[in-house]
Write a protein that binds this ligand. Structure first.
Ligand code: AR6
Length: 178
């Protein structure tokens, strides 16, 4: 993974999140939790069919109606280099409604899980900025705000923000306040 920016416990990198080695990666899933395209598809392919089974079990036991937007659910990482997957569902972007709060919730709740489980290394993709259409600059301001607010209270945690292209990483860095 190519590093574009490195802070004390936060880094901005370009690469494939399925290759991240650490305690957990976050998945930009959909409410069904049963897989999809984009980063979700890549994570399921890399983790193997056990991940889908674990997601089906979560649906049956905890989230029969699907995972609500802004919520998180944890599974093992199976064949991934990361030990866990924190699945979350970002909001679909809408020009007519401010959905920054549910997008912030995805990041905040994943950070809460990392704090509770005493994770040391956690990676996020750019939730909602692909199929769900959230403008990358607006997402960058939200994400950097949440991380700046929360990371000081989770002293054992290193966070990596993973972008799929150099352009996405640089767009983030231009719009974010780090
Ligand atoms: N590693 C890192 N980032 C990636 C990877 C990867 N392997 N693959 C894609 N991205 P998206 P969303 C980037 O569409 O907008 C799925 O079908 C991608 O370039 O994956 O939250 C789900 O099942 C983009 O910047 O997620 C849902 O139905 C970012 O990941 C829906 O898409 C997010 O793009 C969720 O849409």
């Amino acid at each position: 993974m190519k590093v574009h920016w490195q802070g004390e416990r936060l880094s901005v990198v370009e690469g494939d999140i399925t290759r991240f080695e650490g305690d957990a990666i976050v998945n930009a899933a959909n409410r069904s939790l049963l897989g999809g395209g984009g980063v979700d598809g890549a994570i399921h392919r890399a983790a193997g069919p056990e991940l889908l089974e674990a997601c089906r079990a979560l649906r049956a036991r905890v989230w029969p109606d699907g995972l609500p937007v802004g919520q998180v659910a944890v599974t093992p990482g199976f064949r991934l280099a990361a030990n866990h997957v924190i699945h979350t569902v970002g909001p679909v972007y809408a020009r007519t409604e401010d959905r920054s709060a549910p997008l912030a919730d995805c990041y905040r709740r994943a950070l809460d899980v990392a704090a509770e489980q005493e994770f040391a290394r956690l990676a996020f993709p750019a939730i909602s900025t692909g199929v769900y259409g959230y403008p990358a600059e607006a997402a960058a301001r939200i994400v950097s705000g949440v991380v700046r607010e929360r990371l000081p209270d989770i002293p054992g945690l290193e966070v990596t923000l993973v972008f799929f292209s150099a352009k996405d990483a640089e767009t983030f860095l231009t719009a974010a306040t780090l």
